[in-house]
Design a protein around this ligand. Structure first.
Ligand code: UDX
Ligand code: UDX
Length: 430
């Protein structure tokens, strides 16, 4: 099939490369000229495990193309995936201006029947609006608008694409459903579940899933808070809960709070939708509030660890992105923690495994190219992300300070082992 991905960011690029790897001819389009020119040379703009190899392999096989020419790419394709960003507006609604810009382009290039797929996360009823825009008397029977939400985790996006738990296709059109099912057949044959729902259901499945996962994380974070008061290890609680198959063990890892390009934005957008349709999603509202305030609890904890003395004390962050396996800083908890600590007078150093320098945090913080330099003379090491390279550190070797303290926000170490090694160690919920 001839496919066009409009928007070559995390979602468009990963999905496009994976579709081409299944044997389809795919053009990934972007308005950004640098991104496309680099991609044509096999240079991938984002850090995602295995993506560079996948792109290069399919470029060589001439199944994967990159272009800035939106109109021609649309004309040549049978299926068009809309993968542009849908950031949060000031009023918490999803900003759909990029989506509608793309729809206008599609409208003026509908030269034959095409399936228009929203892969970007769009509020429920957006598909209806897109259909209305495209529905002119010249375009009758020339298109179907389908919702096919993505469930790709950054850092594991290729695996999530190739082995999805489910493929959701929202359309009432038999023709479109048949074509979409055929497109995903290689994955269905490997055992992935395929469900066909109404378009609105598919749109809501995406928000409902992300809000539920965000709730699960927030729930265990709040359990961690009470565990700290009661001298209980939250991991015992999570394990005991997770063994109940009705609950399940995944997404019960406590940490600095959820961040990233999806959970914060999608929970906010879901609240906007619920307001529009006069429904009170009180659980999701509480989840947003709890997560937004989590950094304050963490700052209090750091305050206790440092006995409220911050002035000129060196604090090292190991990892600043919103989680391991990505170079994405969007809504990372570090973006709230670091400015607060700087304001209190601390000196911040950090080491980021992706190697990318996050200059936009503040000029006052120092980026080190290795763990040793970042931790040298530090009084407090904060393990902020769960990269493998942070899991077996010899703290005594990387820092000679007898008073060194380690605040492990991802609970990568065993408190009893750390006690044996005489390291002043603090985790979350234990
Ligand atoms: C996607 C989805 O769009 C979002 O709704 C979902 O919840 C998360 O994933 P993502 O792929 O992370 O977003 O966005 P980003 O990495 O910002 O990529 C979007 C790309 O679209 C950018 O490269 C941008 O240049 C491009 N773009 C934007 C266009 O090509 N045309 C436009 O009109 C606007
Ligand atoms: C998410 C969705 O999981 C994915 O299906 C898609 O919709 C895009 O958004 P992503 O944001 O890339 O993926 O990462 P994810 O692994 O879901 O983690 C999101 C945030 O939750 C991170 O900040 C992570 O550190 C945090 N998290 C996750 C926890 O704190 N504890 C957990 O147990 C799991």
């Amino acid at each position: 099939m001839k496919i066009c991905m409009i928007g070559s960011g995390y979602v468009g690029l990963v999905s496009g490369a994976c579709f081409s790897d299944l044997g389809n001819t795919v053009t990934c389009v972007d308005i950004n000229k640098d991104i496309i020119s680099n991609l044509n040379k096999g240079i991938v703009p984002i850090f995602e495990l295995g993506l560079q190899e996948l792109v290069i392999r399919n470029l060589k096989q001439k199944r994967l193309f990159f272009s800035n020419d939106v109109s021609n790419s649309i004309k040549r394709s049978d299926i068009i995936f809309i993968c542009v960003g849908t950031p949060t507006k000031k009023n918490n609604n999803a900003d759909l201006k990029y989506v509608y810009n793309v729809v206008k382009k599609i409208k003026s290039n509908l030269n034959k029947y095409k399936i228009i797929v929203t892969k970007s996360t769009v509020p429920v009823t957006t598909g209806d609006k897109i259909e209305k825009i495209l529905n002119t008397k010249y375009n009758k029977n020339k298109f179907d608008v389908v919702s096919n939400p993505e469930f790709l985790r950054e850092g594991e996006a290729i695996r999530d694409f190739q082995y999805p738990d489910r493929i959701v296709i929202g359309t009432n059109s038999h023709k479109a459903n048949k074509i979409m099912k055929n497109l995903y057949l290689p994955l269905i044959k490997k055992g992935s579940r395929y469900i066909n729902t109404s378009r609105r259901s598919a749109e809501l499945i995406k928000y409902a899933s992300n809000a539920y996962l965000a709730t699960k994380i927030t729930y265990i974070n709040e359990m961690a808070n009470i565990c700290e008061k009661l001298n209980i290890d939250v991991h015992d609680v999570a394990t005991g809960m997770g063994l109940d198959e009705r609950i399940g063990s995944r997404f019960l890892r406590p940490g600095p709070g959820f961040g990233g390009s999806c959970f914060p934005k999608d929970t906010r957008a879901l609240i906007s939708t619920s307001n529009k349709f006069n429904t009170n999603l009180s659980i999701v509202k509480t989840v947003i509030q709890s997560n937004d305030n989590r950094y304050k609890l963490l700052i209090n904890r750091i305050s206790k660890i440092l006995k409220n003395k911050f002035k000129n004390r060196k604090i090292t962050f190991l990892g600043v992105t919103f989680k391991a396996g990505t170079d994405d800083m969007r809504e990372s908890p570090a973006l709230k923690l670091i400015p607060k600590l700087l304001k209190k007078g601390a000196i911040i150093n950090y080491y980021e495994p992706t190697g990318s320098k996050k200059e936009f945090i503040s000029k006052k913080i120092m980026c080190n190219s290795n763990i040793h330099d970042a931790c040298k003379n530090s009084e407090l090491i904060i393990i902020h992300t769960e990269w493998n390279e942070f899991k077996q550190l010899n703290f005594k070797k990387i820092n000679k300070n007898k008073n060194l303290k380690v605040f492990d926000m991802r609970n990568l170490y065993s408190p009893s082992e750390m006690l044996k090694s005489k390291i002043k160690y603090f985790g979350v919920g234990r």
